[in-house]
Design a protein around this ligand. Structure first.
Ligand code: FA5
Length: 337
């Protein structure tokens, strides 16, 4: 029996089968047939080695090993090739085949609104600043003139952190998730000399009962302008220009007297679009105590501040009836923006 011829036949048949295999499952079948340890054809060849004469053995044994290694190596290469993405396989990828549409993602509607707000306020000369979402009591309350006994500080109305870093010995006092972006007013003024003209947009957290218009996590845009003779008239003009730029020229705004410890006088800001008035935020002239807390001189500078609910604007523009839709992650809703 010509063992060398047998090995040659085995090699060419195995290599042909490997080349023809066009999937991971097919290549596995080829492996079992040609290299399988139990019933593979290689096993038969190995048994035939015993038929070689002692003189033939070194040559036949060498050829057997060569064939075995070549087939195993080619099989491994083909496996890797088949596992690669179609585009990477080169010759067997037909570039003339019609393509399929790739679904593109897009920013969340709230993110889109934030991007647009930053752009609009940028055009009015406000630069964008950021602040941390985990805050200390100094920035969330004390520096904002919110006294210790004020109900807004009630632990049940805030998300205080229980971690070791939240203990009252830490600089700035216990830590909590910020309940308003007004914290960034303080952080900005601590590091900047007047004049100041900034906006800050981001998440805030309150354990409010969740309903159509309230969420326990929502977004606010804080605005702050401080300088020589900044007035309430400028505040109203900026807010009106902003509301009209975002929602259209037929929008009107009104101020209702209110109270915030960090502004004096304070107002609620309502917006009229269509027939209804809708409360969108709070505003006022920065309280002299706040200016003093950041080492500004209230005799030298005045300022206005406002805080608007971002969801409310987005809901109004797109006629969204329930704030919860923003956070349900339903692609049928999100893909409409
Ligand atoms: C404040 O948060 C003040 N920091 C605003 C401010 C800034 C006043 C600067 C003066 C100077 P208020 O709690 O009213 O105010 O919230 C402002 C707006 O956030 C609301 O008008 C509303 O649009 C939005 N908002 C408040 N609570 C929620 C909530 N749970 N879910 C969604 N939006 C909310």
């Amino acid at each position: 029996m010509d063992l060398i011829a047998l090995f040659d036949d085995y090699e060419s048949a195995a290599i042909a089968a490997i080349e023809q295999a066009d999937s991971a499952a097919a290549i596995e079948e080829v492996r079992i047939l040609y290299l399988g340890k139990k019933k593979g054809r290689l096993k038969d060849l190995q048994s035939s080695l015993s038929k070689a004469t002692p003189e033939e053995r070194p040559v036949v044994g060498k050829r057997f090993n060569e064939v075995k290694n070549r087939v195993s190596q080619r099989l491994d290469e083909r496996k890797v090739q088949l596992a690669a993405p179609v585009a990477a396989r080169g010759a067997d990828f037909d570039v003339t085949l019609p393509g399929t549409k790739i679904e593109m993602g897009r920013p969340h509607p709230i993110t889109q609104t934030i991007i647009e707000f930053k752009d609009l306020m940028g055009r009015f000369g406000f630069s964008v600043v950021d602040g941390p979402e985990i805050e200390d009591e100094w920035h969330n309350f004390d520096a904002l003139n919110i006294p210790l006994e004020h109900p807004a500080r009630d632990p049940l109305d805030n998300f205080y952190l229980a971690a070791a870093s939240a203990n009252s010995d830490a600089k700035g006092g216990p830590r909590l998730l910020r309940s308003q972006t007004s914290t960034v007013q303080i952080r900005t003024m601590e590091h900047t000399q007047p004049p100041v003209r900034v906006v800050s947009l981001g998440r805030v957290y309150r354990p409010d009962t969740i309903d159509k218009t309230h969420s326990c996590m929502f977004h606010q845009m804080e605005g702050l302008m401080v300088g020589e003779s900044v007035t309430m008239a400028q505040l109203k003009t900026v807010l009106l220009m902003f509301a009209q730029a975002y929602l259209g020229d037929d929008v009107d705004i009104r101020f209702r007297p209110s109270f915030f410890p960090f502004t004096e006088p304070s107002v609620e800001v309502d917006m009229k679009w269509g027939d209804d008035w809708l409360e969108v935020g709070g505003a006022g002239m920065v309280d002299p105590n706040v200016l003093r807390a950041v080492n500004y001189d209230p005799e030298q500078v005045t300022g206005f501040a406002f805080g608007l609910g971002i969801e409310r604007f987005c809901m109004k523009r797109h006629e969204i009836d329930d704030i919860r839709r923003f956070y349900e992650n339903d692609i049928r809703f999100l893909s409409q923006f």
